[in-house]
Design a binder for this molecule. Sequence first.
Ligand code: M6R
Length: 613
Amino acid sequence: MCGIVGYAGSRQAAPVLLDGLEKLEYRGYDSAGVCVHNENGLEPVKAKGRLSVLRDRLEGGSALPGSVGIGHTRWATHGAPSDRNSHPHMSWTGKIAVVHNGIIENEARLREKMLRKGATFSSETDTEVVANLIGYYYEKYGDFVLAVREAVVRLEGSFALGILCKDVPGKIVAVKKDSPLIFGFGEGENFIASDVPAILKYTQTVAYLEDGDMAVFDGDSVEFFDSTGEPTEKKREKITWEMSAAERGGYDHFMMKEIYEQPKALRDTISPRLRNGQVTLEGIDLSAEYLKGLRKIYLVACGSAYYVSVLAKYIIEKTCRIACEAMMASEFRYCDPVVGKDNLVIFVSQSGETADTLAALREAKARGAQTLAIVNVVGSAIAKAADQVIYTWAGPEIAVATTKAFTTQLSVVYLLAMQMAKTLGTMSVGEYNALISGLESLPYDVERVLSQRHLERCQYLASRYHAHHDAFYIGRNVDSGICMEGSLKLKEIAYLHSEAYPAGELKHGPISLIEDGTLVVALATIEPLFDKTMANIKEVKARGADVLCVTLEGYEEQAEKIADSIIAVPKVHPLLQPSLSIIPLQLFSYYVALYRGCDVDKPRNLAKSVTVE
Ligand code: M6R
């Protein structure tokens, strides 16, 4: 969703802002803009479309003088994408410029109020209401910081704001609630941004702003205030990853780079947690007494993280014998869930800022449940709000379609399930040791699936199937969870209509959609269920389906007799098998998207971090 960036220092601001916005492109956007404070006062320049349109308009930034400014990439919520609705927005007085990430829920009431005070509006956005509100209080009190404070206490909803005032050259005020905002400390220059990559080129020292925090800064200094308006200190944190982690590094797309980063991401996530043949999740406190008293574990998330939760249900129930339920975060709050003290609620999120997941977490806490988050972004809202957190060490994930975050989330599920099973005594020593050695070799097994041979096979299969209009993914047990993820990958980046069903469910309705040439992707990687899935493949073959089957090495011959094409993955411990089965589906979707001429890293209508409900 929207990205914001702000710069104060001695460089020309516009190129720095454009640079930062480019690094936030992954969040998803449909227009962009900057506003710089210079000798003409506040000078906003905005453009609908890709950042390149704005870049051209600004001649790479050189056409806009001034060394203090704010920038924005917009993902439309209030009003269609247009130059007019793009940020920054100015107050009707012309003295205040605002960039905003989030949603102002009481926008309609505030708009009415401001109209009565004589304000005028030139866009349909909620952000212009914020600019006018600050503008109004600035006229009233003549004090920039006070005006922001007065306005912000009247806002309901979520916001990260970067604000300039025409009368206060050199200064930026930034404030946040429920939308991410970081502060970057430079030498004679300071920054704000929605995410680290936007400023990493200039500084590795950052502070994560908390809800209610305000930063008032210029190039030389910064003052932080907490939600009560009291001065406060912010902890300076060092970003340990390099800029190269957020660059394509020779790959055509971030998605392919991130697919290939999976062995490393898995190693970084798993290895530090395996010590002397034991799983050790530092800081995670789940005693036997507590676990034995649990009525149910809920797993709550959105999109691919929800599919990890679906898989987690199988894995935790199998290993710990505790009932689990996977729920979509967007539904959790609205179904009056039976959640309380005797429930552990696990939240899964790459970004740690997904609005629905965060809201569900607050709901679970309010109902007295213990909460645990599996998160990739350190210091994110979900990581901070949960009682306990386990990080995936996937590094920055830039492509909208998740790959390495998915597989590392799954690896944390294995670790957590094993730690809980050990505590509960629900797993035999032999089984525990088998899983430990399976986890140790998992990164190498993933490397094997990423071999040139597999890559070429997936490319070939994509060339064969990319022109289909519909696809059905079927599988049983954990394969059905992988089908959901594989199907989502195909939809989101290749725009190919696709659905996923547990294989046994197809004949209860969806099979009526199978006709001559319909693509069915069947997963058959669970040995005891292999024959059952083959029977389901025969059913769709009998109705004309063109079947691509993902199975285990050693089963090719049997599968080939029934399916039209095969891809085989190495056989590993059955609980770990999903980590390998998903890889060919990621590669298949990637190549189908390329054959269909899609923008793999920036699929239409999608945002990397979904910060609105
Ligand atoms: O950042 P999160 O993991 O909370 O995001 C959840 C979903 O929005 C995300 O997994 C989405 O479905 C991806 N685009 C899938 O590739």
